[in-house]
Design a binder for this molecule. Structure first.
Ligand SMILES: NC(=O)c1ccc[n+]([C@@H]2O[C@H](COP(=O)([O-])OP(=O)(O)OC[C@H]3O[C@@H](n4cnc5c(N)ncnc54)[C@H](O)[C@@H]3O)[C@@H](O)[C@H]2O)c1
Ligand SMILES: O=C(O)C(=O)C[C@@H](O)[C@H](O)[C@H](O)COP(=O)(O)O
Ligand SMILES: [Zn+2]
Length: 394
């Protein structure tokens, strides 16, 4: 296989199985790859202004080679675009182009565009064909795979949406060359997440090789493929998050609350940064509960700090709402069941697990201790013996 041949990872969902192609030059092959799987279809490309400026012409050329002349809908960049107003704009644009149910909505951008366009594809004409062409690191390692789509509410992240799988994912690694470094780092947090969930050797490899991943050598494509394989495995066995898939939420219970608490203001916090802080908090919380060693929490914090990611609430510019307000965002999390909080906690690096019925009082004490404006000591820590579990976890 030549260095330019894409790596293929399959998401094994039976008659809805699809390929993720990862490698350079895929924009120019987009028309061929799409036509092979969905012949004779028309398309709408949903993108944002940054991605359009850097890469839309290349994608259009790649599509036109196979006679696909797409309608193009270009939206403002940023998390606030995952809104009802922009959903309506996309739905209206797709209908105005008179696309049929069998035609294709193509998401061409980062996770914001993927989630929004995927949601539109899931509801227009009760479900159109959908193709993901992810352009951020975060979208290539995570959001373009697995079919979670949706928009945000002022009450919380991703609270409105549907599961709608793509027919194909084309991750052109060359487009990452124009991604701003802050966004690359944010995507790196989701990449490291796959090591922290259940691939300790991958996390150790990232600790050794992260500079090459940032520099864009073969390690970058290797890391993207590893994350896609990890995500594809989980999605194939638990598409609708009735069990294991919740592990992919490591760092998100805290992270999503911080994103909502900062009103999705990307100048303060973007999703991957929220996940970085959330993963550090999840490890620290696990150590506070005597589930994991404090050395593991310190190791995670050190790696996030080394790559230049924020890792504690104090790294978010500006004031945060207090711990009680953060807890009320956490109470809106989709993993809440019969009012009880669910967290992804850990027994160590690569040993994440789903903890149900986590007492809100423990979370609140922890948040108060970690909150930059509210610090107080952990109330019951002194009473615990090493190895003693603080609460029964299902
Ligand atoms: N559905 C899922 O499974 C899933 C998984 C993870 C994250 N998400 C969602 O993804 C979103 C975050 O995605 P994101 O980090 O990609 O954010 P994003 O879509 O906002 O993209 C980040 C920024 O980079 C710019 N950009 C993207 N590609 C570029 C390129 N190649 N060159 C130059 N600029 C480029 C965008 O315009 C934007 O300004 C969040 O809304 C999060 O909730 C969803
Ligand atoms: O695909 C999943 O499942 C994930 O949890 C991946 C996450 O990185 C992603 O941010 C997802 O959108 C969060 O899911 P949510 O159900 O908590 O909104
Ligand atoms: Zn995420």
């Amino acid at each position: 296989m030549s260095a330019n041949e894409p790596v293929t990872v399959e998401v094994g969902l039976g008659d809805r199985a699809y390929d993720i192609l990862i490698g350079p030059g895929l924009l120019s092959r987009a028309g061929a790859e799409i036509s092979r799987r969905l012949p004779g279809t028309r398309a709408a490309v949903i993108t944002d202004a940054n991605v359009a400026a850097a890469h839309l012409e290349a994608l259009k050329d790649g599509l036109e080679k196979n006679d696909i002349q797409p309608a193009v809908i270009t939206l403002p960049p940023g998390e606030k675009t995952k809104s009802f107003a922009h959903l309506e704009e996309v739905v209206d644009g797709v209908l105005a182009a008179r696309l049929e149910r069998g035609d294709i909505v193509i998401a061409f951008g980062g996770g914001v565009i993927g989630d929004l366009a995927g949601f539109a594809a899931g509801i227009v004409r009760r479900g159109m064909n959908f193709v993901q062409i992810p352009t951020s690191l975060l979208a290539q390692v995570d959001s373009s795979v697995g079919g979670k789509t949706g928009i945000n509410s002022a009450r919380g992240k991703n609270l409105v949406g549907v599961f709608h799988q793509p027919k194909l994912v084309l991750a052109d690694t060359e487009v990452l060359d124009t991604l701003p470094i802050r966004e690359f780092r944010a995507g790196y947090a989701e990449l490291a997440k796959y090591g922290l969930i259940d691939r300790p050797a991958f996390f150790a490899w990232l600790e050794e090789n992260w500079t090459q991943v940032f520099a864009g050598g073969p390690e970058r494509a290797q890391a993207i493929a590893e994350a896609c394989r990890a995500k594809a495995d989980v999605v194939a066995r638990d598409e609708f998050e009735t069990g294991d898939r919740a592990l992919l939420n490591l760092g998100h219970t805290f992270g999503h609350a911080l994103e909502a608490a900062t009103q999705y203001d990307g100048t303060r916090l973007v999703h991957g940064e929220g996940v970085a802080i959330g993963m550090a908090l999840a490890h620290r919380f696990s150590s506070r509960l005597n589930l994991a060693s404090p050395d593991d929490a310190a190791r995670v914090e050190a790696h996030l700090r080394a790559v230049g990611l924020p890792w504690r609430m104090a790294d978010i510019p500006g004031d945060l709402p207090d711990a009680e307000a953060l807890l009320s965002f956490i109470a809106q999390d989709k993993k809440v069941s019969r009012g009880a909080l669910t967290f992804i906690l850990t027994r160590g690096i690569g040993q994440a697990f789903i903890a149900k019925d986590v007492p809100a009082s423990e979370v609140l004490s922890f948040l108060k201790e970690m909150h930059p404006g509210q610090q107080q000591s952990w109330p019951s820590q002194q009473k615990m013996r090493p190895g003693q579990q603080k609460m029964p976890l299902r």
